[in-house]
Design a protein around this ligand. Sequence first.
Ligand SMILES: [Zn+2]
Ligand SMILES: [Zn+2]
Length: 402
Amino acid sequence: MTTTHDTTTTDGTTTETERPARRGLFRRTRHSGPDQPLTDAEAQALAARVPHDPIPLDPNDLACAECGRVVAGPFDLAAVRYAEPSGVELAGGVLSASTAGLPAEPLTTCPKCAARGGVAADLAGRLLPGGVAIGGLHYTGEHVARLVRSSLVVIDVLGVRPPDPDHLTRDVLGLMVRRLASPGSALAWSHRFAPTRAADAQPGTANPRPWAHVRESARSGLRRAYADLMADRLSLSAPPVALAPPPIAPRDLPPGAQPLTSGCLLCGVATVARPALAVARDGGREAAARRVWTARPPVGPGPLGGRPSAARLVGYTCPTCTEALDHAGAVGPSAMERSLTRSLGVGGKWTEGADALGGLVGFGALAADALRAGTPAPQPNTAPWAHVPNLDAIAHALTGRG
Ligand SMILES: [Zn+2]
Ligand SMILES: [Zn+2]
């Protein structure tokens, strides 16, 4: 008795057609690793065994505009819409703009696709009422519902488990729409007839089964998009990633300069936390660290509040200190004071306690001192400016609670 889920039987047939329904992004699994949709090889083997040529419609019936399945008529006029071709694709990809002899194709919507549209409108209104930004464009209102519907189409075509509307969150729906809406937007059966009629689209036909017209090449693209979505979703619920400054290659060091990569040159903080999803999108830890940490030209200890010397450090600043440097224009007391007050959350209302900030020393100056003295490098800080001995007193002075 085997405990594995081997789907191949002794006569060479498989039960793979049943596999997609058991797989799914939206089961409430924890971090046990993602299930994969069918591999391309599995799907091609499956497609080769399943008929997909359109079938002729009985006179009373119509094809579903989305999945293309046969919907039994007769129909109220309100249930029929017409896909009107403005041209026809000829063999070889050439487009003929002639519409002579190109009748509009009557289509309807099957109950399952109608229900999907209802779920999409509900999810869009409930979870994304403020719209969603994709690729620099901001979508609102019924456009969001359309994007959600396209995403749900991909899930239906792939045969993976659809999301449970009651457990879907705004964040997951946002990921879903960003990954799936675009590949799902052109899958409808109606696209075979409008705006241009595909070369192989025959009027008065329907799919032998839903989505049979979606070619294998398109399906492999959908599987890739879905795999990306699963990776996104795992990252979404993963804990934030603490990013240390990236390494500095020796060839990137100016002559005589010393690298400082243990912490921020100014505040000395050792790591910056970033959402796991952002780290994944950046392409991993080092790439994400290079976005978060800003490389600095060589700086001496003097501008950092230390004893002036010929030592030159090359390192990075954290986002808070980078903003402070951009604001102040150069490494010096102003930039360090701004960073410290921001870190303490008292930015902009600290003029009364400003005297407390006199003699502020940046982390890089401590490192330069250690280099000169030949002592071990100072440990970086778990919190910004923690190396400042009287930090608590400064905080009290700045907040007026001293
Ligand atoms: Zn349908
Ligand atoms: Zn910093």
